[in-house]
Design a binder for this molecule. Structure first.
Ligand code: BES
Ligand code: MN
Ligand code: ZN
Length: 499
């Protein structure tokens, strides 16, 4: 994998040319091939399908580029940004396998619906998403001796001028995606609430964000009973981190508020998970994706004010851990009887949402959480479930999702579902006695914490809850390797830039 990907200067002579070609491309359509006769020969061959599954590498020594990597895109009418991202990902893997450090990428004959910036952006996304691996903890058996280790390589990518700006923008966003994925991979015995809060402080210095940490002591003063209950059994105390992006002149604007669930490990607590919680280090992905989005938003110098709030806690078993039957009080005064200590994410988010909406009076709120197994059953691993109080905001988010390839699907939220979350001995319980509509139960619970009118009615603050339990990590290895996806970083960044 490359240490970094950069846009090359226009004059540089690359080691490889990457050609992204629709089915039926003729040699005459391709102006950039360093070895025109070889390409003509290839394109004439009957098995040259140029389908999205098809790719070939031509090797030539005397041409300016040493090789040409041809990646098929399929029928022109069916090509979209998703096609381009996948093709760029394949090209990146081929360049990496060849240990090349420079390439030019040309996409030819694309449908008119794809403009230059979109094409550049998709190429950057595909290459950078494929260029991720997490080997920080490879030890003696996987890592060669120091003397035999290869020097880290950087990749310089030359592009047609129409695609260059979008490409550079994409690379800026990708830094945030990589941060989110790296943190998500970092194991729970390292990435505890304290580690992540420290990471945020350092990132803020680097990225010109403002960082405030509400530690457990301050959280007690602020009556954040949800955050404190979930984190009570943890190896380090829970905390809340606030990252602020305030472009000059916009410091008083109503911000976009991003909220993330950061459960650094979810054992289920006393309602213990039967499988031991394998993979539950990813239960912090909502928060990690908010961190990544804030980095990307700052990188892009987005013109609007954005505040990111993450709740960090470890859901463990301990003498101090919270119990089923406990009744807790959140910072907005709402009380909750604990019916299941494994429905912990909503308790952490409740304090984040209540505190965030009261303190920052946001124009819009977006929260990301690996909240329920129910959303995975309903929608699978490619589409995130969303619940919303505002159609205009939701439509903008849907468009953003289509643009960046992070699709969302709306599920219902109404008073009947909110009633399901009301308890006898407290305002709410965190899990209803019935098993139905788990994803919606989560959303209905959260709806009591968005804005000051929230406990009494469905919030008037424009809000979308995004349940990423299915999309936060992947097994399918096409665009990205197995592991965390950063799903939400590009979505939130795109929304912030277009809202
Ligand atoms: N972190 C889990 C949700 C989850 C499940 C994420 C699978 C990723 C994959 C969450 O805290 C949880 O345990 N939810 C319970 C809620 C239930 C107890 C009301 C669930 O979905 O089963
Ligand atoms: Mn849980
Ligand atoms: Zn959880």
């Amino acid at each position: 994998m490359y240490r970094s990907i950069k846009a090359a200067s226009a004059s540089a002579k690359p080691q490889a040319a990457v050609l992204l070609l629709p089915a039926g491309t003729k040699a005459a359509d391709v102006a950039h091939c360093p070895d025109a006769p070889a390409l003509e020969e290839l394109l004439k061959q009957p098995d040259c399908e140029l389908s999205p599954e098809w790719t070939r590498t031509l090797y030539h020594s005397d041409a300016p580029a040493k090789r040409t990597i041809v990646v098929g895109l399929g029928e022109t009418g069916k090509i979209d940004a998703t096609t381009l991202r996948l093709a760029a990902a394949k090209a990146l893997r081929e360049l990496d396998a060849g240990k090349l450090t420079s390439a030019s990428v040309h996409a030819v004959g694309l449908p008119e619906s794809l403009d230059g910036p979109t094409i550049g952006r998709a190429i950057a996304d595909g290459m950078s998403l494929a260029n991720f691996t997490f080997d920080a903890y490879h030890g003696k058996t996987k890592r060669p001796d120091k003397s035999k280790r290869e020097k880290p390589r950087d990749l310089a990518v030359g592009l047609d001028s129409a695609h260059r700006t979008g490409f550079k923008q994409g690379l800026k966003v990708s830094e945030g995606v990589t941060t989110a994925r790296t943190l998500a991979c970092t194991p729970p015995n390292v990435a505890n609430p304290k580690y992540i809060a420290n990471y945020c402080k350092n990132l803020a210095k680097k990225s010109k964000l403002k960082c405030t940490v509400i530690d457990a002591r301050r959280a007690k003063e602020l009556h954040m009973g949800g955050l404190l209950a979930v984190g009570a059994g943890g190896s380090t105390p829970p905390c809340m981190v606030i990252l602020e992006h305030a472009p000059s002149g916009k410091t008083k604007d109503k911000p976009l508020l991003l909220v993330g669930k950061g459960v650094t490990f979810d054992t289920g607590g006393y309602s213990l998970k039967a499988d031991g919680g394998k993979g539950m280090k990813y239960d912090k992905c909502g928060a990690m994706n908010v961190i990544g989005a804030m980095q990307a938003i700052s990188n892009l110098k987005v013109k609007r004010r954005v505040v990111g709030i993450i709740g960090l806690a470890e859901n463990m078993i301990d003498t101090d851990a919270y119990r089923v039957d406990d009744i807790i009080t959140f910072c907005n005064g709402v009380t909750c009887e604990i019916t299941n200590t494994d429905a912990e994410g909503r308790l952490v988010l409740a304090d984040c949402l209540a505190y965030g909406t009261k303190t920052y009076k946001p124009a819009a709120v977006l929260d990301f959480a690996t909240l329920t197994g129910g959303v995975v059953v309903a929608l699978g691993k490619k589409i995130a479930g969303v619940w919303s109080t505002d159609d205009a905001l939701l439509n903008k988010l849907k468009t953003a999702g289509q643009t960046v390839g992070e699709p969302i699907w709306q599920l219902p939220l109404d008073d009947d579902y909110r009633k399901m979350m009301q308890a006898k001995h407290a305002d709410l319980h965190n899990s209803a006695p019935v098993r139905e509509a788990h994803g919606t139960q989560g959303a209905a619970f959260l709806s009591y914490f968005v804005g000051t009118d929230a406990p009494k009615q469905i919030p008037t603050t424009p809000w979308v809850h995004v349940d990423i339990a299915g999309t936060a990590n992947t097994e399918d290895c096409t665009l990205m390797e197995k592991g965390p996806t950063g799903f939400g970083v590009r979505l939130a960044t795109e929304l912030a830039a277009t809202l």
